[in-house]
Write a protein that binds this ligand. Structure first.
Ligand SMILES: N[C@@H](CCC(=O)N[C@@H](CS)C(=O)NCC(=O)O)C(=O)O
Length: 217
């Protein structure tokens, strides 16, 4: 088995971060291939790897798995000893529910606060409209209640796929200086200070590709 993870710009690609962070945090070896997105030829290049033309995409020798959720499930099957998901059935089901919720939702917050992993923290909180405020309230509840129920510092105690899925949101809350109560802030800090996340951020800072619309908020 030889794993290659195709990802987009580390500065902007929140979906790419998720499997990358999980594999790094759980010491699953892989080779990364970075394709800068939204430039001439990038979609065509990714269409040679998989049918959606999107990142992330995992290649296991000749076999392609695309979409962050499917990649995470594939890793859970291939590396049963790494605890991609929590061990207990109900905790595992809760972690999957949260990942599915993240995968399908939070459009208000996503639109208001585009991912930019290399941006410095804003001096003042970004003002949010109603939909983004509602998403923020739900995120705050998840970040407070889940570690309290299952044991921190991560959502289910040890780092799992659920943390990889929520890491981009933790980063956005920080970048856009959105206010959080202490337990949710502590969870964000645990993510942002994880060595694997710091490594990704260094990679983002080292990139020279710039997409103006995601730099100016
Ligand atoms: N549902 C997909 C989303 C993948 C996605 O939208 N990736 C973006 C980058 S974050 C992409 O490849 N955009 C390039 C394009 O659409 O051409 C997943 O979870 O992997």
């Amino acid at each position: 088995m030889s794993l290659t993870l195709f990802i987009g710009n580390k500065a902007y690609s929140s979906w790419s971060l998720r499997p990358w962070l999980l594999m790094r945090a759980l010491d699953i070896p892989f080779t990364e291939v970075v394709t800068p997105l939204y430039v001439d030829g990038s979609r065509e290049k990714m269409l040679r790897e998989g049918p959606t033309g999107k990142v992330p995409l995992l290649r296991d020798d000749d076999f392609a798995v695309w979409d962050s959720l499917a990649i995470v499930e594939y890793l859970a099957e291939k590396f049963p000893d790494r605890n991609v998901w929590p061990k207990a059935a109900q905790a595992r089901a809760r972690a999957r529910s949260l990942c599915a919720e993240m995968h399908a939702g939070f459009q208000g917050l996503r639109q208001a606060c585009p991912t930019n992993f290399r941006r410095a923290r804003r001096a003042a909180p970004l003002p949010l409209e109603e939909a983004a405020q509602a998403d923020l309230a739900r995120i705050q509840a998840i970040f407070t209640e889940t570690p309290a129920q299952y044991g921190g510092p991560f959502l289910f105690g040890a780092f799992s796929a659920a943390d990889a899925f929520f890491a981009p949101v933790a980063s956005r809350l920080d970048t856009y200086a959105l206010s959080l109560e202490a337990p949710a802030r502590a969870y964000c800090d645990a993510i942002l200070s994880h060595p694997a996340f710091a490594h990704w951020r260094e990679g983002a800072k080292a990139e020279s590709w710039v997409i103006e619309k995601w730099e100016n908020l």
